[in-house]
Write a protein that binds this ligand. Sequence first.
Ligand code: MF3
Ligand code: CO
Ligand code: CO
Length: 273
Amino acid sequence: MTRYIDASTAPNRNTGAIRLYNSHDFIEMKKAGNAAAKCLDIVSEYVTEGRTTKELDKIIFEYAESIKAVPATMYYRGYPASSCISLNNVVCHGIPGSKVLKNGDILNIDVTLIIDGWHGDTSRMFVVGKTSRKAEILIETTYASLMKAIEILKPGITTGDIGETIQTYAEGNKMSVVRDLCGHGVGRLFHDHPNILHFGKKGEGYELRQGMIFTIEPMINIGKPEVKLLSDGWTIVTRDKSLSAQFEHTVGITESGYEIFTLSPSGQDHPVF
Ligand code: MF3
Ligand code: CO
Ligand code: CO
């Protein structure tokens, strides 16, 4: 039995109930989401050949500082950076480091900014210079799978409907959906109930209600869906070394549909090739 709880009275931890936020909370989430999206807009200018991923992370840290936001990943379960930067065959949770960007690389930058206790979580793909057509198609397919799932959001549908939409689209384009990582409730907490799976069947999972806030963040591989964790304890890569892409938005369920909190203020939600 799914439990739903008024977020304003819920304790500040994952209780296993689904929090329902009010319209004031949605305004706060829009501020946090907008800041995270603007941060990606800013860092996008620096995604160029020769730069290291650590330099990109520093720009993110400094932007967060300048607006008095806190990067949620910093010290989260011991994570050491202000963002996750995942290149090529890295699926997610790539740790920024001394790796130098080269022409043709594709990368996901994932930023979560906390403003007044509210978490805005978003990620996008970026391309260094010019990449292969197959990498471009992977990126386009991943973005479209996210947006198709967002377009169906409204009270009464289920989390399984979200997963089914993403899986059908990705597999219909001969790509695969990573199973081992998922979207999540977000808001006062970084990772809250429920999990949002990117695969599944219509009608399964939890029913959406007005006031829910969560992320959808499909990871799509050109090859097989299996992943493995590297020995640094964070970096997740494709087992078959195929390219992987991801996009993430934070969304809220409204009376008749949805609101996206993490739209790019400058319209750069996806790369143009
Ligand atoms: N931002 C990621 C997400 O979308 C979580 C990263 S947790 C970290 O949920 F510790 F790896 F940074
Ligand atoms: Co997330
Ligand atoms: Co994220």
